[in-house]
Design a protein around this ligand. Sequence first.
Ligand code: AMP
Length: 279
Amino acid sequence: MKVIATKSQLKLFLNKHRHKNQSIGFVPTMGALHAGHLSLIQYSREQCDLTVCSIFVNPTQFNDSEDFKKYPRTIEADTLLLKEAGCDVLFVPDTEEMYNNTTPIHPDLQGLDRILEGEFRPGHFDGVVQIVYLLLQAVRPDYLFMGLKDYQQQLIVRKMIEAMDLPVQLKAMPILREPSGLAMSSRNTRLTAEQRHDSAVIYKILFLSAEAIRRGTDLKIVVDDASQELKKYECRLEYMAICDADSLKPISHYNPDIPTIILIAVWWGDVRLIDNMLV
Ligand code: AMP
């Protein structure tokens, strides 16, 4: 696996492959890799000739400076995992390399960046859109692999790609979960053993809520029941929303013909967990 830290070296290296008509798959990450990230590498390897992974803890997408400071950084272990997973290129720029001489972009995201995660993490999606755009400029992949774990993020990146007419195809891949059902996340390493055990209830709630919605239960009751269940634990529900899966507009009645999604954000101690499930 080639490890590259600058955009110019990356361009030189990837151009050699591009000239041989090889397809490039790209998996952007913030490191502290787990099986969810590695599943994206696997999808890319299956579909592309060359797989590039980036590790960059992007400061501009953290609305909370403590969260940025505490974000787990495990570059040595990550490098080993990527080598074992058969990744071809690891791109590890620093902040200066990534942002020097760049101008911000402002694609029309049709308000998607201001609701749900955007409401509770102001500025978060501005940072996400900037960094994904800059990384796409640096890598120029044919395919971009992202996880449905960050459902709103992949919708927003899709909008950005459309709005800016970027020549890349986004593939959004399934959520990998721990055996308990807890969605894998780099932040899980910051949970105590007890919190990690308890927070599996998020999956249970999503699962039971999806069933209740399909049975025709009033959506307000579904959210109330979930909120009551969470009160049994030492956590704080930030939001639970039942939305149209394309527009993320909240729905008041379930229509089986319209793709519907439940999105949830819960604080467990000082760790914020998000998850979602399509109904
Ligand atoms: P992050 O390092 O958290 O920025 O995540 C990098 C990519 O991995 C994003 O596209 C995430 O959606 C994806 N990802 C994170 N956790 C999971 C998971 N449990 N299953 C699948 N993909 C994931």
